[in-house]
Ligand binder design. Structure first.
Ligand code: PNS
Length: 165
């Protein structure tokens, strides 16, 4: 029986920290489903299609990975996909409260799916998509924090004129 894990997130955009967590999950599971939450209510900078495209590029060459989008409840999607675990990256104590609440609620909804927290490399503990978007918007250097195609995509978003729409 193969063990599948699902790694859900907004990935708006994917960072080096996300990639580090994917690699750690691949060391533990037979397959990893990277699941992009559409999260339109969060007004993501990148569309779902753009985030999927970036993930396909940055994860190219890694074996045993599926990249897909999902809407609705994570546990429903995980069950449909046959995943037995949800992977979440845990960077610092500040992540813990929200992650703990989400893990326990997901367990209540679907007791058979375990949440597993993986710690990214220390050098990525201060990375977040939100901070990287802000640095990019303000013209700071982001090359050390995201893969080159993500840095390019962020630069081109930052150079687009702001509309009132
Ligand atoms: O990268 P993020 O934004 O921290 O990821 C959060 C995500 C997408 C994992 C979470 O919002 C989620 O699971 N959304 C799907 C809807 C759902 O199942 N909500 C109930 C969670 S207890």
């Amino acid at each position: 029986m193969s063990h599948l894990a699902i790694y859900p997130g907004s990935f708006d955009p994917p960072t080096n920290g996300h990639l580090d967590v994917v690699d750690r999950a691949l060391n533990l599971f037979d397959g990893v489903i990277v699941a992009v939450a559409s999260n339109e209510a969060k007004h993501p900078l990148f569309s779902t299609e753009e985030r999927l495209g970036l993930l396909h590029t940055v994860l190219q060459g890694r074996p045993r990975i599926r990249i897909t989008a999902f809407d609705g409840l994570l546990v429903d999607f995980a069950r449909q996909q046959g995943a037995s675990a949800v992977i979440r990256g845990l960077r610092a104590v500040s992540d813990f409260e929200f992650e703990f609440q989400m893990a326990l609620m997901n367990r209540k909804l679907e007791p058979d799916i375990e949440t597993i927290f993986l710690m990214p490399k220390e050098e990525y503990t201060y990375l977040s998509s939100r901070i990287i978007k802000e640095i990019a918007r303000l013209g700071g250097a982001i090359g050390a924090f995201v893969p080159p195609c993500v840095a390019d995509a962020l630069r081109s978003k930052s150079s687009q004129p702001v509309t009132n729409a």
